[in-house]
Design a protein around this ligand. Structure first.
Ligand SMILES: [Zn+2]
Length: 673
């Protein structure tokens, strides 16, 4: 086969794949799939095996061919890859829309659902249910006029949401603070100052030129000794893209109104009372009241601890705390109390040692072993490949690791699917993934040293990877992380983070770069105590965001408009301990919910955290390496992908529904500070 992207017989041939292969491969595949779909819809009798199985094959194949393209454009510094990716994207989107809007396909699924026997395997029933649900949510089943309206709303929404983001970007870029007086910037980290000096030079200026990007804002709020500077940054940040901000052209007020009204109307068209209900149709949380109760209870139980934290901070502040003071004095107090330095911890965590400790943990919990394969080529010399073997020594999957930062590689840490597991009509394929981080590259000694935060990140991503690798679901659309509700998908990853806070695990994952000693217990205890510091205030802040997001979508009333500031005010009265000035316009820059995919879904962060902490508590109760508990966690959570109702699965693992206790305990909330 001449186009290596279309060769799906084994792992991607990274050494041969070039950007110019992308467009022809995707074009050919989509054309082939279109013909295939047309043939399938001609079938006299649509049955699961005759229709759904080939559809699963097709989406598996498309995912398999496209995966290296999406991956390489993110990890390689090569504009040609980005161009190739962007060139293909519209075709894929169009193809996706064509499938999800296909009325004939929807009707075929309806016939299959009716004909599906009672005793059909749960995965089959779930697959058909999900498909019908998604058709409904996309408005496919609507009468023609409403269907057209629905489609128009979706297009308009996409445009207004994009404009929301654009305004926010312009408002952020449009502000800066310039000074030539060193005392103005006292306390800021060297990294921030260095950038500010470079910016000043770039603007043919002297001194320091601070911009309003998040890292700079964060550094100023946490470290700037100059209170006026913090206040200026706070005001600029919290009024971005609003009627209180600098430029009226960037005011997002009208966009917010439009977005909420359009979402509400779209939800109503497909049969929901509001957009919050629409959002929950694909999530683990069942009813809007459940989410509100969940957030309120968490807030109520956090409040006292948060008040105590705030009082302690107030003690060291020379004046009454304002919104721009809390982070600064919190950091000061943290340094006084724990004086724990990233650099000190780093000496104990060579990346390879942390990885070894993590793999040992996987072996202990799940009986899987990981074997490095030297004969498998990646996309960069520092990329490794690991086979995953079961207890009998058979390969059940594999993954690439690409751990170090380098120029042109996208920031952050993530995992992605290279190959999704499938087992369709005797054609069985093992799952393969990519695990990508941006740790400091190995220095002259050839060793990369991780901070403890990096170690936690590595464990987190490996948790996602295990979810992808250990799945036993045969259908790709429900295997691994596919089909898993948004508010549950972070369960396996946040669960794994907990092990990076266990001394037993850290001891085996650390080795001092000079002495070879494991992390001393005394240092670990200091680290552990610092974990809880400020946790209650941070929790309340997240709950404020989550409650605002959820209520503003649930309480929208077309007759009265969004009343966002009113809702925000009420939420803050309920949960916030820190007084915000009247000019504060949080909604206008809340792009997670107004431009991104978190609409009526911001609570998911906390929801998954509660599950993860509660699941880990089961391990703490039985001993964190308890084989039985681990086997149950693997069978009920990691292996099932999206094939079962997650709450049922969770109850099967835990013997009861999740409670908030573990997360509160883990965050040190509820006991004396
Ligand atoms: Zn994650």
């Amino acid at each position: 086969m001449s186009n290596p992207l279309l060769d799906t017989s084994s792992l991607p041939r990274f050494a041969e794949i070039r950007p110019e292969h992308a467009l022809p491969a995707v074009t050919e595949l989509i054309a082939r799939h279109r013909r295939k779909l047309a043939d399938l819809l001609e079938l006299e009798e649509a049955s699961f095996d005759a229709l759904v199985t080939p559809l699963e094959e097709m989406s598996h194949e498309l995912g398999r061919v496209w995966s290296p393209v999406g991956h390489l454009q993110a990890v390689l510094e090569d504009p040609a890859w980005r161009d190739a990716y962007n060139e293909c994207l519209p075709m894929l989107t169009e193809h996706g829309t064509e499938m999800s809007q296909n009325k004939a396909l929807q009707q075929a699924f309806e016939r299959i659902a009716k004909a599906l026997p009672e005793e059909a395997p749960e995965a089959r029933r779930t697959l058909v249910e999900h498909a019908l649900r998604d058709f409904r949510l996309a408005g496919v089943a609507l009468p023609e006029a409403e269907k057209t309206e629905f489609r128009k709303i979706m297009q308009e929404l996409a445009a207004v949401q994009a404009q929301f983001d654009q305004h926010l970007q312009d408002a952020t870029d449009g502000w800066h603070f310039h000074t030539e007086d060193e005392s103005d910037v006292a306390g800021l980290p060297e990294q921030t100052l260095e950038r500010a000096r470079e910016e000043a030079v770039a603007h043919q200026s002297n001194g320091w030129w601070l911009t309003l990007d998040y890292p700079t804002y964060q550094a100023v709020m946490t470290h700037a000794g100059n209170r006026e500077l913090r206040k200026a940054f706070y005001k600029a940040w919290s009024t971005r893209a609003s009627d209180q901000g600098g430029d009226p052209r960037w005011d997002n007020s009208a966009n917010i109104e439009k977005i909420l009204a359009l979402r509400h109307r779209a939800a109503a068209l497909v049969g929901f009372n509001n957009y919050a209900e629409y959002s929950l149709a694909t999530k683990m949380a069942a009813r809007t009241g459940d989410v509100i109760d969940f957030l309120n209870e968490l807030a109520a139980r956090t409040r006292e601890s948060a008040q105590k934290e705030l009082d302690t901070v107030q003690e060291i502040a020379p004046q009454a705390l304002e919104a721009w003071d809390a982070a600064f004095y919190l950091e000061k107090l943290k340094q006084q109390k724990y004086s724990i330095a990233d650099e000190e911890l780093r000496q104990y965590f060579p990346a390879t040692k942390a990885q070894t400790g993590l793999f040992e943990l996987a072996a202990k919990l799940y009986g899987v072993s990981l074997r490095k394969a030297d004969d498998i080529e990646g996309w960069h010399p520092t990329v490794d490949y690991f086979h995953v073997l079961d207890e009998r020594g058979s390969i059940i999957g594999g993954f690439y690791t690409d751990l170090y930062a380098r120029h042109g590689k996208r920031g952050g840490a993530w995992i992605d699917e290279c190959i999704v597991r499938k087992n369709l009509g005797g054609d069985k394929v093992h799952p393969v993934g990519y695990l990508v981080c941006n740790f400091s590259p190995p220095g002259s000694s050839g060793v990369s040293l991780l901070t403890h935060n990096d170690v936690v990140t590595l464990f987190h991503e490996f948790g996602h990877m295990l979810h992808h690798l250990l799945t036993r679901v045969d259908y790709p659309s429900l295997a691994g992380i596919n089909g898993v509700p948004w508010d549950a998908v972070e369960l396996p990853s946040q669960f794994m983070e907990n092990f990076a806070w266990s001394y037993d695990v850290l001891q085996r994952s650390s080795s001092h770069i000079v002495t070879g000693e494991p992390l001393p217990r005394e240092l670990f205890l200091r680290l552990e105590r610092s974990r809880h510091f400020g946790a209650a205030l941070a929790m309340l802040r997240q709950l404020e965001f989550a409650l605002f997001d959820f209520r503003v979508h649930a309480e929208f009333d077309p007759a009265r408009g969004s009343r966002v500031l009113e809702v925000l005010k009420r939420v803050r009265e309920d949960v916030s301990l820190i007084e915000h000035p009247d000019y504060n316009r949080l909604p206008h820059s809340f792009s997670h919910i107004f431009a991104g995919g978190y609409a009526a879904g911001y609570y998911s962060y906390k929801w998954a955290e509660v599950l993860a902490a509660d699941a880990f508590a089961a391990f703490e109760e039985a001993g964190i390496f308890d084989k039985q508990t681990a086997t149950r966690f693997r069978a009920e959570i990691l292996e099932i992908g999206g094939s079962r109702d997650i709450m049922d699965a969770y109850v099967a693992f835990r013997g009861r529904r999740p409670t908030l206790d573990a997360l509160l305990r883990q965050s040190g909330i509820g006991k004396a500070a």
